[in-house]
Design a protein around this ligand. Structure first.
Ligand SMILES: Nc1ncnc2c1ncn2[C@@H]1O[C@H](COP(=O)(O)OP(=O)(O)OP(=O)(O)O)[C@@H](O)[C@H]1O
Length: 311
């Protein structure tokens, strides 16, 4: 059963194109990730699905309801947690929650079961103003507010941005528990490592979908061996590698370069021969498994790579 259907959605802001003919489906009960850097179009897409913004072209449905014509029905089905802190900073934790419950014509008491697990951690601070909470606590309160009317679908816009690593991990634990309760979750993130926690993901860049699949499938489709290379002069090495004809892609990844060769049969030995010519001190080369970030960078470079191949 389909929870969300997006069909050739397009959105512009003046001359700037935010979404270019985006199409995909999310199944009911799925934990689905929108993965892309800042400006990719994630917020625009989620706001259209949450019925808060109109697309220029195309259509979207939530449980079969049209986001334009049937927005009222959708608003009761959906819980939306915007990217920027959406709560009332001067209201307490408790007051924020009551306010959001009232908006949906319900009470905290009526739906307490829905948020109990998360709210238990917040209850010692229930009289604290939302503006005085830590990042992780604000995020949990915002999630409680998005859940208080018992939505069947959650749209979460970059819920882990600006949150420490421990709270991020804990937050993903909460999302998995909500998924087990049958809630469909559409979550956006610029953190590529979080992609691995989703059932399926779309990789999105400049309003275009680069790939849609499970993270495991996306990793599996990475073509050819990938190498991690390091040297004392990493920038010199990057410049050198990029000028080598047999090198297909070379990009900086932390203190390493990640390199692929045009010849997919070539292994470590061939790369050693190529790079050792320049005698970079501290040279280290090893074969590695690609991450989602490697897949993303590769997919982004594909038009250029195909151009080179054709040329
Ligand atoms: N109100 C607006 N007016 C003009 N341009 C906008 C507006 N909102 C978004 N954009 C532009 O549309 C594109 C997509 O933005 P969007 O906010 O949807 O991306 P995002 O992936 O959510 O990134 P971010 O994390 O930075 O919000 C960007 O180029 C952005 O600058």
């Amino acid at each position: 059963m389909i929870a969300v259907e997006v069909d050739e959605l397009e959105k512009r802001y003046g001359d700037s194109v935010a979404l270019k003919k985006i199409s995909f489906e999310v199944n009911r009960g799925e934990l689905f990730g929108l993965i892309g850097p800042d400006g990719a179009g994630k917020t625009t897409l989620l706001r259209i699905l949450a019925t808060l913004l109109l697309a220029d072209k195309g259509r979207a449905t939530i449980h079969g309801y049209d986001t334009v014509r049937e927005y009222r029905t959708i608003r009761n089905l959906v819980g939306y947690m915007p990217g920027r802190f959406s709560l009332y900073q001067d209201l307490t934790v408790e007051e924020n929650l009551r306010f959001f419950a009232t908006l949906f014509g319900t009470t905290v008491e009526e739906n307490y079961g829905q948020i109990k697990d998360i709210y238990d951690q917040l209850s010692p601070f229930k009289r604290r103003r939302a503006g005085k909470l830590s990042g992780g606590m604000k995020q949990k309160l915002a999630l409680c507010c998005a859940l208080i009317h018992k939505p069947e679908i959650l749209f979460l816009d970059e819920p882990t941005s600006g949150v420490d690593a421990v709270s991020r991990k804990e937050f993903w634990g909460i999302l998995h528990r909500l998924k087990r309760q049958g809630i469909t979750i559409l979550v956006s993130t610029p953190y590529m490592d979080e992609a691995m926690r989703c059932d399926r993901i779309v990789l999105i860049q400049n309003g275009i979908i680069l790939s849609i699949d499970s993270p495991a499938e996306i990793l599996q489709h990475y073509p050819g061996p990938l190498f991690a290379v390091k040297a004392d002069d990493i920038y010199g090495l990057l410049k050198f590698a990029r000028e080598l004809e047999p090198v297909e892609l070379s990009h900086a990844f932390g203190e390493y370069l990640h390199i692929t060769l045009k010849d997919k049969r070539a292994g470590l030995e061939q790369l050693h021969v190529l790079l050792e010519e320049c005698r970079f001190p501290g040279l280290e080369i090893r074969r590695i498994n690609p991450t989602i970030e490697d897949c993303f960078i590769r997919l982004m470079s594909e038009p250029e790579l195909n151009g080179n191949r054709n040329g």
